[in-house]
Design a protein around this ligand. Structure first.
Ligand code: F6P
Length: 342
């Protein structure tokens, strides 16, 4: 069988580990051949394809990013998108497609299979860890590691200057990175998109922290929102899936904290450092296993499915189910962290 592979959406540490595992197992055990689409669905639309054999995937396991490139192209927003994808598959004699992506990329794969019969298998990725059908997505552990290291470093400089340091981490709809890195790094306040925050309460926690002569670290997810207000945005621009560009809440918080408490406050926006660079050992392990099982799913012609982690097992779930609901932080889990606030 000839199989197409693409990586779509925001890049994520571990993508190359998936590609390598797919090609290694698919070639060695099943005798399949592979073609990589450049830049996600854009390559499928344009027929931009590169050969993918064992030699092409040598040495990529520890590399961040994706050797195939990525984009947020949405074929359902392009003229004749589905017909163009089918044309590329026919021209390249591709019989199945492995789509590695988050809710948007996998949502496209689910529709292509269900509505148009394009044989797709999905692999979940996102540093946000917000796909409900899998216990973890790869990329998340690396992002949490980067954020935790930053928080560790910020503690000493915050204390030297007795300042408030606000750390803005990624997390559009879900506060997983904020919660995990905030707990691991010993933050004094963690703010997540799932629970609107009360700025007066935040300032009260900050003041109580200063009373014990320690400088507070506030971790805020980019999608967190104040109780009486809107999401804080830099500008209103959106991508092809209609998501507005985030970031800005960290700056807003620092200004508000300074105004209300009179304490000096600064913001560090971690941004894309959380997505870049070499994947953690856990992410390489998870991504590799996802790749191995995705190629098994293709070989078994179990199209419309996605691989997922349940406990320590890799299982297959319907793609449609995987993209139906976001996995957000449970209020009880967030409440658990509250003992460290202030
Ligand atoms: O979905 C992953 C993610 O990193 C989000 O946390 C973030 O909001 C978004 O991508 C940023 O996207 P971009 O790199 O396109 O600005």
């Amino acid at each position: 069988m000839r199989v197409g592979v693409l990586t779509g959406g925001g890049d994520c540490p571990g993508l190359n580990a998936v590609i390598r595992a797919v090609v290694r197992k698919g070639t060695q055990e099943y005798g399949h051949t592979f073609a990589g689409f450049r830049d996600g669905w854009r390559g499928a639309l344009r027929g931009d394809v590169r050969p993918l054999d064992i030699a092409a995937v040598r040495g990529i396991l520890p590399r961040g990013g994706t050797v195939l490139g990525s984009s947020r192209t949405n074929p359902f927003r392009e003229d004749d998108g589905v017909r163009r994808i089918k044309e590329t598959l026919a021209k390249e004699e591709i019989e199945a497609l492995i789509a590695i992506g988050g809710e948007d990329t996998l949502g496209v794969a689910a529709r292509l299979w269900e509505e148009h019969g394009v044989p797709c298998v999905g692999v979940p990725k996102t540093i946000d860890n917000d796909l409900s059908a899998t216990d973890y997505t790869f990329g998340f552990d690396t992002a949490v590691g980067v954020a935790t290291e930053a928080i560790d470093r910020l503690h000493t400089t915050a204390e030297s200057h007795m300042r408030v340091l606000v750390v803005e981490v990624m997390g559009r709809h879900a506060g997983w990175i904020a919660l995990h890195s905030g707990l691991a790094g010993g933050a004094n306040v963690v703010l997540i998109p799932e629970q609107r925050f009360d700025i007066e309460q935040v300032c009260a926690w900050i003041e109580s922290r200063f009373r014990v002569r320690y400088a507070p670290i506030v971790v805020v997810a980019e999608g967190a929102m104040p109780k009486d207000g809107q999401m804080v945005l830099k500008d209103g621009s959106t991508d092809a899936f209609g998501h507005v560009r985030l970031s800005g809440v960290g700056e807003w918080l620092a200004a508000e904290i300074e105004r209300r408490t009179g304490k000096e406050a600064r913001t560090t926006v971690l941004g894309h450092t959380q997505r870049g660079g070499t994947p953690s050992a856990f992410d390489r392990w998870l991504a590799t296993r996802f790749g191995l099982h995705a190629v098994d799913a293709v070989h078994a012609r179990d199209f419309g499915s996605m691989v997922a982690l349940r406990g320590t097992d890799i299982v297959r779930v319907p793609l449609a189910e995987a993209t139906a609901q976001l996995k957000t932080v449970d209020p009880a889990l967030y409440a658990e962290a509250g003992v460290f606030f202030g």
